[in-house]
Design a protein around this ligand. Structure first.
Ligand code: FES
Length: 286
């Protein structure tokens, strides 16, 4: 049985001050600075000229949330192809991922999202059902792996997610993870099955190899990330050069130097809500 390990949080009210009230240590404006609403982010994406993905530019504060709910984000052009295509900016509900997974070959599902103006991906993996089975193709589960930085230096193990109390809120639960989705190469937005190729097909290969499908794929320069491979790694702020360790998913290929950080989340009723426990991890593109 899937265990819910975290306390439920109340649904956010319509109160504009909800964020500050709930997170007194965090200035919302400061938090949004880390989002995709920054001028630098707009310039980066505008210069790419990628039709469709350019629409991933996060909109106004009104449309980008600012509360704890994670919302679906449907890129222009994906309205008819993504299973969540008619749900742009609606709060994500957990059961939608379970339903979508039931219609996939691997039992996985995923979607683009936005949380407080930041691009995210949500990926459902039938881990609880498969963890005791043999690790064979198309029987996906989460894999805890060793993480190495760009120089090949060992940074730590994905198992720290379960063993280090500092990461308690990140402990995987309910077969679902929330991923911060700015590419560690040049800060584009890796997507879930928004383009079709061997890396994005509904397919799973054990071992976090750079083959098989269901990778998060960055259309800008084709970096790939395995959302089932949990590792510890080291990231660097592009402006200051400051380094910090994070727990996230593994980069399997392309020019991205390392993977993408996880975001802790809870189920509030059926709604997927994110927790701002590790906001420093999401600042590398500032
Ligand atoms: S920005 Fe993602 S591969 Fe270059």
């Amino acid at each position: 049985m899937m265990a819910r390990r975290f306390r439920l949080r109340p649904l956010p009210s319509d109160d504009e001050n909800w964020w500050e009230d709930s997170n007194p240590a965090i200035d919302r404006r400061e938090f949004m600075r880390h989002s995709f609403n920054t001028a630098a982010g707009v310039i980066t994406m505008a210069s790419l000229g990628s039709i469709g993905f350019a629409s991933l530019l996060m909109g106004t504060a009104d449309s980008s949330g600012g509360d704890s709910a994670v919302r679906f984000w449907v890129p222009t052009g994906a309205e008819d192809s993504a299973w969540y295509g008619d749900r742009h900016l609606e709060p994500m509900n957990y059961s939608a991922f379970v339903d979508a997974a039931a219609n996939s070959g691997t039992g996985m599902s995923g979607a683009q999202g936005v949380w407080s103006g930041m691009p995210v991906n949500v990926v459902y993996v039938p881990h609880e059902e498969n963890v005791s089975k043999a690790a064979t193709t198309n029987v996906p589960r989460f894999q805890f792996m060793d993480g190495y930085n760009e120089s090949g230096k060992y940074i730590g193990s994905g198992y720290e997610l379960e063993e280090n109390p500092d990461y308690a809120s990140l402990s995987i639960h309910d077969n679902l993870i929330l991923i911060f989705s700015r590419c560690t190469h040049l800060c584009c937005i890796p997507g879930w099955q928004l383009v079709q190729n061997d890396f994005t097909n509904d397919q799973w290969t054990p071992g976090a190899v750079d083959a098989g499908g269901n990778k998060l794929f960055c259309i800008c320069h084709s970096s790939r990330f395995d959302p089932t491979a949990i590792e510890k790694n080291r990231s660097r702020n592009r402006s200051s050069g400051a380094e910090f360790d994070f727990v996230g998913i593994r980069r399997t290929g392309g020019p991205a130097p390392y993977g993408l950080p996880l975001i802790p989340w809870v189920k509030s009723g059926d709604i997927i809500e994110a927790l701002p426990d590790f906001i420093d991890w999401y600042t590398y593109c500032d």
